[in-house]
Structures are given as C-alpha cells and as structure tokens.
Design a protein around this ligand. Structure first.
Ligand code: DGY
Length: 319
C-alpha cells in the first residue's frame, strides 16, 4: 500500500476511494517551497496545473512512482526529469474536450455579440433604444470563416461546433494534416499566415512549448483581418499579451475571448481596460462539475493502476 500526496481538491468520495484501496492519503496545503517536506516518502503525487513539479521534488521523493496531473496540459511538470528517474507522469485527456470546446465557443459568441458589455449596460440601467444603428452592435458568427490553430482533440471539437452548428467554413493549421477531419468537416489545411489572413475567428489550441511561445505576436496580429476575433482557451504564453493589447487598441483586430493569460492570475492591465469585444474568464475551460469530477477520477485511476503495478491509463511518458 502506498502513500499518496494529494494537492488537488478532490471530492470527499474520491479521497475515500483512494483510502478504500488501502492507501494513505496526505493532503498538504503547502506553499510551493514546503511541498518538499510532504513528498519524502510519497509513492504518488496528485497535482494541478498551478503546481510546478520538477527535479527538486523528484530528488526529495526517491520512492515516487507516479505524478498524476489533473489537467490535459502538463507543462508544469518536468517530464524528462521524471522519465530519467523512472517516474510516470499522467494527464487527463478526452474527459475535458467537450467542456473546453464549449467554453471556447462561449467566448467566441460572447465577444462577437458583446454579451458582457450588454449585461453591464442593463445592470447599470443604460438600456439602449432599439434601432438599426444602435449601440452594442455585434458581428455575425454563422457562415464566417473559423480558423483553428492546433487541430488536436479540443481544436477538432471547436471545429465541429463551428461546422455543424454555425455553418462555418473550417480552416486549420496543425503539425500534421488530419485527412479524416478534412473529410468530415470539409476543413482546409492552410499555412499559419494564410489561415490568419482568411479567418474571421481564430481559435488557439496548441500546447505551451518553446515553439508555441508568443506564436501570436505583433507580426501574427498584423496578418489577421481587422474584423477578426481571437479566442484562446489553450495557454496564455502562446499569446504576447502586450502585442495583443496594442493590436486591440489600434483596431488591428476587432476583439478577443481569453480564458488563459501569460502570467496567471495576473492580467495585463491593458486587457482589463479594453471592454469592447474583449471577454475574459479565469481559466474556466474545463470548469463544469461533471468534467472536473471526471478529471479527478481519471487522475485517481492512473494512480491506482500504477500503485497496483499496472500500466497507467493515460501516461505522457513511459516512466
Ligand atoms: C488543462 O486541463 O490543461 C486545462 O487547462 C484545465 O482547464
């Protein structure tokens, strides 16, 4: 039986499940530095995106067998250092795909139809009179070009919403071509520059890596349509926030729906000032009760499998 250090706020019944299997569950609420004290004799660690796990933690826990990240992204974990020590790292793919795609589409619609601005108006008793030239005019979504940057699981789910729900022609840029999606969604692969120039809405779905850092910089915004809206539910580091603020202020692009930020939880002050067609949410992509429950379950399944000597269900390395 093992010692599981759990830094995620799992549900009581989920913690019970770990204990029921005979494991000791420890629940530290450490400042990043003091995690070391908790992991010394740990066999498993359950953590979240907000926890940075690397060589220091691995050196301090010689018996560690598995790190289960309760997220699909895992840039918070030094996976190659884990691999060197034979530690398996797991993530939570698939279970959050639809919820995250929903949120991307919610931001797209909210920015295009100016929902938060409209809400603020009504609450402040500023109800504009109906008119053909009235304030808070939005942008049509149906039939407009949707550009997907990163056609993985979540990118494809957003593309499906656009194609089936809104009749949007789909353009995509990805590391690899996706012939099945090209058939299913009549999606057209384009080089990034062409995709930016063609799309009315650009939705970002690449992982955060050294190659994707600031993929959206001043040069990228300059290639987009002045009427375009950028949606990012992937990772903040992919977008140069300073350049985005500049592009929005100068009407290089028309708007943005952002769920992730370069220096979360800090937000670029320029973004906070921009209200028109700029919609911000605090990293809620997978935040539905059902999805977060499934993510917790998947992390637990991974830990229990590895501690039972079985293969992990969703490893991101081979340990
Ligand atoms: C993930 O799983 O990587 C998401 O960002 C969490 O919402």
């Amino acid at each position: 039986m093992g010692i599981i250090v759990c830094m995620a706020d799992l549900l009581p019944e989920q913690l019970e499940r770990l204990a029921h299997e005979g494991h000791e569950v420890r629940l530290p609420k450490p400042a990043a530095d003091s995690l070391i004290a908790f992991v010394a004799d740990a066999d498993a660690l359950i953590c979240m995106l907000t926890h940075s796990i690397g060589k220091r933690e691995f050196d301090a826990s010689p018996g560690l067998k598995v790190v289960a990240n309760v997220a699909v992204g895992y840039e918070n974990i030094d996976v190659s250092a884990a691999k060197t020590r034979g530690i398996i790292v797991t993530n939570t793919p698939d279970v959050l795909t639809e919820a995250t795609a929903d949120h991307a589409f919610a931001l797209l619609l909210a920015a295009a139809r100016r929902v938060p601005e409209a809400d603020r108006c009504v609450r402040s008793h500023d109800f504009p009179s109906w008119g053909l030239q009235q304030p808070l005019m939005g942008i049509d979504v149906g039939g407009k070009n949707l550009g997907i940057v990163g056609m993985g699981r979540i990118g494809a789910a957003v593309a499906r919403r656009g194609h089936h729900g809104f009749g949007m022609p789909i353009f995509y840029h990805s590391r690899t071509r996706k012939p099945e999606l090209e058939r299913e969604l009549h999606a057209q692969f384009l080089p990034l520059g062409e995709l930016l120039a063609t799309s009315d809405f650009v939705s970002v779905h690449v992982p955060a890596t050294s190659e994707t850092q600031h993929l959206f910089d001043a040069a990228a915004f300059a290639q987009m349509k002045p009427t375009a809206i950028l949606v990012n539910v992937a990772r903040g580091a992919i977008v140069d926030e300073g350049a985005l603020v500049h592009a929005l202020r100068n009407h290089t692009i028309a708007g943005a729906g952002l769920d992730v930020f370069e220096h979360e939880p800090l937000i670029h002050p320029g973004l906070l000032e921009l209200q028109e067609r700029v919609v911000l949410s605090p990293h809620l992509g997978s935040a539905t009760a059902e999805t977060r429950t499934r993510m917790g379950e998947m992390a637990i399944d991974n830990v229990l499998a590895v501690l039972a000597g079985l293969p992990a269900l969703t490893p991101v390395n081979s340990g």
